[in-house]
Design a protein around this ligand. Structure first.
Ligand code: R5P
Length: 286
């Protein structure tokens, strides 16, 4: 087995390869110094992949990373790889998982089909809605990243809380790994930037709370949850997610948290733990 990392998952690819004890096939991303002047992506494998089983790791955010994923798949096929396993640590567009308004795209389906086309198998991690798996046209599996959040919380939280009912399965999984109770808040999204939380009577007074979601985008969901938890007397709140997008002023909104942490499915200043062990374990099972 060989691991190839696209530029959105470069460090993660090395971490996964280390876990698996296999080499990373290096990729050159620049045809000429500074890349193409028109901004188009370029990839060239600088090692032989003929007859190899190759794992290609690439998150599909930002948009250019989708193109890079597709051309990396093409390079692997061109290079004679025996099997191309595409692992998408953060599957962007997963939240447009249905047509909300007439005329809209089902973007998650469009992306699922595109990613499948060059793959023998696809794996995702912390997919927003597992119903999306039905749109892939090759064998596919979604891997949980919640054990990584549980490791980050170990010994530091007394209760795990989901900011909405969509994240309940995540809170349950993290809480059960830690052997602590869990609960959730009820969320109504008023518009793309504003959410309202219906208070629940949570037993959080004096407790250290671990707040869990699969993605933080504008930060609105977590900010509203922290406000509510503080109002109910939480002693501390650590907010953790797998995919830290932190769009716009998200980090400012999250200042009421004692800590904000995300995994390395996307790399940024809040990346504080790795899902490499979960990815490697899923690949070992294949
Ligand atoms: C929603 O269903 C997701 O699980 C997240 O709660 C949501 O997408 C987070 O978005 P934001 O950070 O913009 O509130």
């Amino acid at each position: 087995m060989r691991v190839v990392g696209g530029s959105s998952s470069h460090r993660l690819a090395f971490a996964v390869a280390r876990e698996l004890g296999v080499p990373v096939t290096p990729v050159s991303f620049e045809k000429i110094q500074g890349g193409f002047p028109d901004g188009e992506r370029y990839v060239r494998l600088t090692d032989d992949v003929r007859d190899r089983r190759v794992v290609l790791l690439q998150s599909t955010h930002p948009d250019g990373m989708v193109v890079e994923l597709l051309i990396l798949q093409d390079a692997l096929r061109e290079g004679g790889a025996r099997e191309v396993i595409t692992f998408v640590p953060y599957f962007a567009y997963g939240r447009q998982d249905r047509v909300f308004e007439p005329g809209e795209a089902l973007s998650a389906r469009a992306l699922a089909r595109a990613v499948s086309a060059g793959s023998d198998r696809v794996l995702t991690l912390g997919l927003h809605n597992r119903e999306t798996l039905k749109h892939f046209t090759c064998p596919v599996e979604d891997v949980s990243g919640m054990p990584a959040i549980a490791r980050h919380f170990q010994g530091r939280v007394d209760v795990v809380v989901a900011p909405d009912d969509g994240a309940v399965r995540h809170a349950e999984e993290v809480a059960s790994a830690l052997g602590v109770p869990w609960d959730f808040l009820e969320k109504t999204r008023l518009d793309a930037l504003t959410v309202k939380l219906t208070p629940k009577s949570l037993p959080v007074a004096g407790k250290r709370v671990g707040l869990v979601d699969e993605v933080i985008s504008t930060g609105g969901t977590i900010a509203a949850a922290v406000k509510e938890l503080r109002a109910q007397g939480a002693a501390s709140v650590i907010a953790a997610c797998l995919h830290g997008l932190f769009a716009g002023s998200a980090l400012e909104k999250l200042q009421a948290c004692d800590e904000v942490a995300c995994a390395d499915t996307l790399e940024g200043p809040m990346t504080k733990f790795s899902v490499a062990p979960e990815i490697a374990a899923a690949l070992r099972r294949l």
